[in-house]
Design a protein around this ligand. Structure first.
Ligand SMILES: [Zn+2]
Length: 154
C-alpha cells in the first residue's frame, strides 16, 4: 500500500506544480496587461493636459480622475505580484521585503524571524501534506488496546 501511496503523492505534487505553473503564467499575463493599461492612462493624462493647456487651462478634475485610475491599477498589480510570490513559493520578509523560499525560518537579508502568521497573503491550506494524519494513527490504536485490557481486567 505504501507503494501506491507514494505514487499518488508524487502524482499529486506533479499535478499541483503544473497547476501552479499555469496559474503563474495567467497571473503574469494579467500583470503585463495592467502594465499596458497604466501606460495608456499615463498617455491620456498627457493628452488631456496638452489639449487643456491649448484651451487656456488644464482640466484638473479630469486629470485627478486619471491619476486615481492609475493608483487603483497599481494597487491591483501589487496584489497580483503577491499572488506570483505565493505561486513561486516565495515569502517576503515583513521587515525588509526580501523574497525567499516559503519554508525559510529567518530572513536571508536581515535575519528577521519569519513566522507562519507573518507571511502576507500566504495560503497555508495549499501546502498541507496529508502525511501527518497517518503518523497520528498508531497512537490512537494504542489507546484503544489499553482501553480493551482495562475492560478485560474488570
Ligand atoms: Zn528581512
Amino acid at each position: 500500500m505504501a507503494f501506491f501511496d507514494g505514487i499518488n503523492k508524487s502524482l499529486n505534487s506533479v499535478k499541483q506544480s503544473t497547476q501552479r505553473t499555469a496559474e503563474l503564467s495567467r497571473v503574469q499575463r494579467r500583470i503585463n496587461a495592467m502594465g499596458q493599461e497604466i501606460e495608456k492612462v499615463f498617455h491620456q493624462i498627457g493628452q488631456s493636459y496638452y489639449s487643456g493647456l491649448k484651451k487656456g487651462g488644464a482640466d484638473f478634475e479630469a486629470l485627478g480622475r486619471l491619476c486615481s485610475t492609475i493608483d487603483t491599477l497599481e494597487r491591483d498589480v501589487e496584489a497580483l505580484r503577491k499572488q506570483t510570490d505565493e505561486l513561486k513559493r516565495l515569502r517576503r520578509c515583513p521587515e525588509c521585503g526580501h523574497a525567499q523560499n516559503i519554508d525559510s525560518k529567518f530572513c536571508a537579508s536581515c535575519g528577521h524571524r519569519l513566522k507562519e502568521d507573518e507571511a502576507e497573503g500566504f495560503d497555508s491550506a495549499e501546502v498541507g501534506e496529508p502525511a501527518e494524519s497517518a503518523e497520528d494513527r498508531p497512537e490512537a490504536e494504542a489507546d484503544d488496546e489499553d482501553a480493551e485490557k482495562t475492560d478485560d481486567a474488570e
